[in-house]
Write a protein that binds this ligand. Sequence first.
Ligand code: ADP
Ligand code: MG
Length: 351
Amino acid sequence: MVSISLKNITKTFEKVVACENINLDIKEGEFFTLLGPSGCGKTTVLRLLAGFYLPDKGSIFFDDKNITNFPPNKRETGMVFQNYALWPHMKVFDNVAYGLQIRKFSKEEIKKRVSNVLNLVQLRELENRTPFQLSGGQQQRVALARALVIEPKVLLLDEPLSNLDAKLRLEMRNEIMRIQKKLGITTVYVTHDQEEALSISDRIAILRNGTVQQVNPPKEVYLHPVNTFVADFIGQCSFFPGIIEALDEHLHIRLYSGGTLISPKKDQSQVGQKVLCAIRPENFHLKTPEGEFDKIECEIVSVAFIGKSTRLHAMIGELEIIVDAPSGTDLKEGDKAIFYYLIHEVTVLEA
Ligand code: ADP
Ligand code: MG
């Protein structure tokens, strides 16, 4: 097991800056996720770790060893590619064995290791099939086995579940977590799916345009996003721009859309300061909640039943908000409504 450090990593492709001054410290045995929209630089970071790209600037350490200029085969990383990249004409066994053969392992050692890893991913009975004779989920397992068979110090996974259907995605997600915990291998996982990132990771780095926005455990990222990009990308939020009109143990904010909002106090808050507050859809309530709360008045503009809840869009003046109400609600378009929120569940962001 190793820890990973990226120090001031920048990588450009002609005019495109894929990663800009990235600093990350990934702990030994950690399940670390790079999360962000398409094109934000996730794959580039993974390829820099694997050694398929070299950075323009900065350095990469595995423990205290500077591996910035090591070729891929000297890094002891195993990578699972987004499209699996299996050899179509080779049997499962040979696909997995390939990395050991080029490393000149003995026949017996190869047989032992491949069998062990195929057991681990539950593919032992299918070792004589070719990829064409496997489902998407099974191909995914082969790709994982092939990455693990060399007993890498670092496992790199590039959107490994994006080609699977919803049910299988959930099953493989649990499978990857099980195997990662069992082996205790330092893992860097790439996804654009925020729910997947929240459920699978020890910590998440959120990327935007090649820069790191926030690095925290899932709960922390969700409950305390550092800016509007993170707040909006992880789950959804209603945003309330306004100005602080009074200060006591809370902030009292006059909203530009009309009405007021009460939020927790931040260090250095001052009357007259512009702020942006955010509230999650599930943090609005139809009844008064337990704890210190306040309310907003609005008009419902749309109602969509989505099974476990009903999603409402409502207007406060010109401002649109999103509310998740219980699925049994009888609120309808055009209704005036009052929603309650707990003051401590309001996030205050820089305006
Ligand atoms: P992600 O994996 O988050 O979707 P990438 O790391 O693949 O993002 O890409 C980041 C940016 O770098 C994108 O704008 C992409 O077009 C560009 N890019 C990535 N790889 C190359 C390459 N080999 N040549 C030129 N541009 C690239
Ligand atoms: Mg990618």
